[in-house]
Design a protein around this ligand. Structure first.
Ligand code: NDP
Length: 308
């Protein structure tokens, strides 16, 4: 069976940065990219807060540059998802795409997080025909139409601003009387006259017919009154859940599934297994913090291997 010194699961900023450091330490890292090559950065537009890009940088370009840098330095990047693992002893045993088995001396889990859904009627039924969790992927199909964005975080604001550039009208459905988003993002929303914010509004149902979505039913949090907002697209931006399911039988996680690492360290409860990026980040969830934690994980993996 193939034995890998540093196996990295995930291909976002955490995974690629871990690979860059591991490759430069001559550890011949192998990345299994996961389902979404490049991770969440590929679903954003301009990234303005990653240092080194005074004019901002396209998220897909940024993460693709990281991939090229990791590859140039000697990382092998493979298409595939870790579908099960046995971390009870070293070398760790991992199964890729349900069939290929590999062994690894160290494992860096950088599998990120995925968009959450609401669990309301109509949501799954119209997924792909009116319900989306990625405006940059699907917004194009709703040009000159009216759409809704559910959520009041930075992602929701980013999606609303992006959609406002191509859609006729964008409703933001926010369950409280304030947004969680940063001031900068809120200001961008406020500068778009075709964004209307519906405060204290609880999403209850995505409604539609054979042709697709034609509205979203919302309920006023205080009066309980409900109404249907007429839209053809519903974009969900209600947060993310960590992609830790495969590893959760072995590594400690919190109740939300975030992998718990030792204080001030990327090490998990299993020696030789490290976690980096959004899968282990309850608080920050930024590209730059993911990259930094990938660096720490690779340095610790190197130290661990040297100590063996
Ligand atoms: P957040 O968790 O920050 O926001 C989720 C939003 O969805 C909140 O407004 C929340 O409401 C709302 N929500 C959650 N569940 C429901 C529900 N069942 N019904 C209605 N509304 C709901 O997630 P984001 O994806 O926006 O952001 C994640 C992280 O990524 C953050 O740290 C953010 O700063 C960062 N980010 C940064 C960007 C940037 O800097 N350019 C861009 C995008 C993300 P409530 O507030 O009431 O809980």
């Amino acid at each position: 069976m193939e034995r890998i010194r540093v196996l990295i699961a995930g291909s976002g900023p955490a995974g690629y940065t871990a690979a860059i450091y591991a490759a430069r330490a001559n550890l011949s890292p192998v990345i299994y990219s996961g389902m979404e090559l490049g991770g969440q950065l590929t679903t954003t537009t301009v990234v303005e807060n990653f240092p080194g890009f005074p004019e901002g940088v396209d998220g897909t370009v940024l993460v693709d540059n990281m991939r090229r840098q990791a590859e140039r330095l000697g990382t092998e990047i493979r298409t595939g998802t870790i579908t099960s693992c046995d971390l009870s002893s070293r070398p760790f045993k991992l199964t890729v795409d349900g069939s290929v088995e590999v062994e690894a001396d160290t494992l860096i889990i950088a599998t990120g997080a995925s968009a959450k859904y609401l669990g309301i009627p109509g949501e799954q039924e119209f997924r792909g025909s009116g319900v989306s969790a990625c405006a940059t992927c699907d917004g194009f199909f709703y040009r000159k139409q009216d759409v809704a964005v559910v959520g009041g975080g930075d992602t929701a604001c980013e999606e609303a601003v992006y959609l406002a550039g191509m859609c006729n009208k964008v409703y933001m459905i926010i369950r409280r009387d304030q947004m969680r988003a940063s001031k900068a993002m809120q200001e961008k929303v406020a500068s778009r006259p075709n964004i209307e914010i519906l405060w204290n509004s609880l999403p209850k149902e995505v409604v539609g017919d054979i042709k697709g979505v034609n509205g979203i039913k919302i309920e006023d949090k205080f009066s309980g009154e409900s109404r249907v907002v007429p839209v053809t697209g519903v974009f969900l931006a209600v947060g993310h859940h960590p992609n830790s399911e495969v590893f959760a039988p072995w590594v400690n996680t919190d109740k939300e599934g975030y992998i718990q690492t030792l204080p001030d360290s990327p090490a998990t409860n299993i020696p030789g297994v490290f976690a980096a990026g959004d899968v282990a980040d309850v608080h920050y969830k930024q590209a730059i913090t993911a990259a930094a934690s990938g660096c720490r994980a690779a340095i610790e993996a190197d130290r661990f291997l040297q100590g063996q």
